[in-house]
Design a protein around this ligand. Sequence first.
Ligand SMILES: Cc1ncc(COP(=O)(O)O)c(C=O)c1O
Length: 398
Amino acid sequence: MISKQMQQEIAGSSAIRAMFLEGKELARQVGAGNVYDFSLGNPMTPVPEEFTGAILKAVQEEGSLELHGYMDNAGYPETRKAVADNLNQRFGTDFTGSHIVMTVGAAGALNVVLKTLLDPGDEVLVLAPYFGEYRGYVANHQGVLREVKPNIPSFQPDLEDLENKITEHTKALLINNPVNPTGVIYPEETIQKMAAILRKKQEEYGHEIYMVSDEPYRELAYDGRQVPFLTKYYENTFVTYSFSKSLSIPGERIGYIAVCPGMAGCKEALGGLSVANRILGFVNAPSLMQKAVALSVDARTDVAYYDRNRQLIYGRLTDLGFTCVKPQGAFYLFLKSPDPEEGNFVKAAKKHHILLVGGSAFSCPGYVRLAYCVSYEMIERSLPAFEKLAKEYQGQLT
Ligand SMILES: Cc1ncc(COP(=O)(O)O)c(C=O)c1O
């Protein structure tokens, strides 16, 4: 029999995945063109040609043993150097290749960092609403997850609550910027304030409190907004990154961890990350993807595509009377549920073949998330269904 723990995991399994599967079933029943599936953050833009070219080049030019063999658990030196140089050029940082550990996406990166940091019972603070998978990642390493409240309606973190939630057991603050599910970007001023709070608490408790910055949506920022690069504000920082969204390759599982060179015990931390990569069973990040990333480090997806979707869906939903914070980055929109029971609203939307994910999955009941990484045409087709949904809730839309 499988473990009791896993039985619980299965029972509480991802609401996002469940909705994605329901969408597939609904599409079978009513036809794919009649289903408006906003459930999953699966990128929609084409993989940049530069990246596809880099894969072909790597396959053609590398010896197969080198390309497909084991390597240092932290990754190929040339890939780590290419990532470090690219970050330095863009953010004025001073990484060398040795500060970079290549990982199996951001999910792998987060698990590697948490495995390296946590002793049983150590607390990890997260800023609600947050990517629900964090619960599993923290539990994997016997950590205890503590939530920090947002300020509503801005969905910026409540910094007073952050300060109050830090205890002597706090090991890390895990932040995600731009944020899944709200699309909000935490600006420099907020980051500086968070860094000041952590510094003060480090001093008070006499041990490190780390910042872990989860940044798979870093490149998806709109209206010329900048996403602050956290090692510049706080030395005890791990940046976890994924190429899933910036290159539209979530199935390829490639990302990295960048460790701030000024971190206390930086060398030991880097050693820990390598060992964690190995003993968690990742061993190393996928080799072909590492080669391709190194050869096309500036390749980017078409951010304008998502921006166009953002303008359309945000504009139309707010015209209809729905309330939400205007997304500044990523490809999500967090809508206030007109029914205090968000589950009822999700069900009502489903009747019109609109698939949404309830905010409870992100520890923020009373809201729903729409992933607008879909085709523009699908959004256009969905608008009459949203109109009908808005009519049903007339008088309740505030
Ligand atoms: C906030 C956040 N962190 C981490 C991940 C995991 O990224 P990856 O699948 O690239 O590992 C995701 C994926 O959607 C995410 O939204």
